[in-house]
Ligand binder design. Structure first.
Ligand SMILES: [Mg+2]
Length: 125
C-alpha cells in the first residue's frame, strides 16, 4: 500500500517527531490526542493511513476507532494501532473495532515502513 497522506496521532511530541523523520517520503499531518485526530481528518480528507496511539488525554485511540467505525470511514482508511508492550487487550479491542494492523512501541523506521507497505490496499472513499 502506498498511502497518499499519513495522520500520526500520539500525545508524545517525541514520538510525533520520530514519525516525521521515519516517514519523510510521505505527507504527514500530526495530532496530539483523539479530538485533534478527528479534526485533522476533517481538514485532510485525503489522509488514507492513521497511526493511532491508544493512551492519550481527551479522547483515547480506541474511542477514535469507535467513532470512525460509527461514521463508516474505516473501509477507506487504514488504521494502525500503536501500543506499548503488554497492551494485548488494547490490540484485540483495536482490531475488533476495525484497525487494519498494530505495531508495538518501541519500533524503528524499517519496521514501520515494512508494516505500511504490507498493508492491503483499501477501497477509495
Ligand atoms: Mg500515549
Amino acid at each position: 500500500m502506498q498511502p497518499r497522506k499519513v495522520l500520526a496521532v500520539d500525545d508524545s511530541k517525541l514520538v510525533l517527531k520520530m514519525y516525521e523523520v521515519m516517514l519523510r517520503d510521505y505527507a504527514v499531518v500530526t495530532a496530539a490526542d483523539g479530538v485533534e485526530a478527528l479534526t485533522r481528518l476533517a481538514e485532510h480528507p485525503d489522509v488514507d493511513l492513521v497511526l493511532l496511539d491508544i493512551n492519550m488525554p481527551n479522547m483515547n485511540g480506541l474511542e477514535v476507532l469507535d467513532t470512525l467505525h460509527a461514521q463508516g470511514r474505516l473501509p477507506g482508511l487504514a488504521v494502525v494501532v500503536v501500543t506499548t508492550e503488554g497492551g494485548e487487550g488494547e490490540v484485540a479491542r483495536g482490531l475488533g473495532a476495525g484497525a487494519a494492523a498494530y505495531i508495538t512501541k518501541p519500533f524503528d523506521g524499517p519496521n514501520l515502513l515494512g508494516l505500511i507497505s504490507g498493508l492491503p490496499a483499501r477501497s477509495q472513499s
